[in-house]
Ligand binder design. Sequence first.
Ligand code: GLP
Length: 239
Amino acid sequence: MEVIAAKDYQDMSEKAASLIAEEINKQPAIVLGLATGGTPEGTYQALIREAGSVPLSRLQTFNLDEYAGLPPEHPNSYHFYMKEKLFLPLQLGANQTHLPRGDADDLQKEAGRYENHIQESGGIDLQLLGIGENGHIGFNEPGSSFDSRTHIVELKPSTREANARFFDEKEEVPHHAVTMGIQTIMESRRIMLLASGTRKQEAVTNLLEGKISEDFPASVLQKHPYVTIIADEAALSGV
Ligand code: GLP
């Protein structure tokens, strides 16, 4: 795994955006895997600033996950997050951007449909990832099978707690989500994981130095041939 050390959050975000822009420029068509949470927000802002020099018509995007039960127009849904923070500012067409529907009547079926859609689009060229404090990637919590494809997960209390800051009330955080599986993520041709702040220090140390185990989902990345980790000094301070 290649590690790029950034000074701080801003530097991490700019380095990540440059790398994404470089990848888009390099390929005649590109499928980008996108992440949500606080970590990639700065990267999206930097990407919007660089948008003039990036041929966005080449882009198809697939997000990692969505909360179960939240419709796209819900302000805490990842549909809403992506629309607000990236898709509208970049003026990406609805046919270019994809997320699983958390409000589907049959969530199981929706997970299968989403997985097939990713495969039919040729798979992910560059997958952007954050990391949960407990090592989750997407919403693949500790104990998730390394063979998993897009599926429904029950969120750990610690994950609901960590994400409660985005909701008015802690009780509003959904208990379930639909997420790309570990196998889906691992089939991406390139993976870029971002981490910032002391809150992520332990997870980053584990990711780089821990043993590969389903108890710490991100550790699977040690087996991937092309991973770039962009982390700031605070996140790297335990390594
Ligand atoms: C959520 C998302 C993950 C994200 C993680 C870390 O649970 N499903 O994709 O990486 O949180 O979030 P943050 O970047 O806010 O720390």
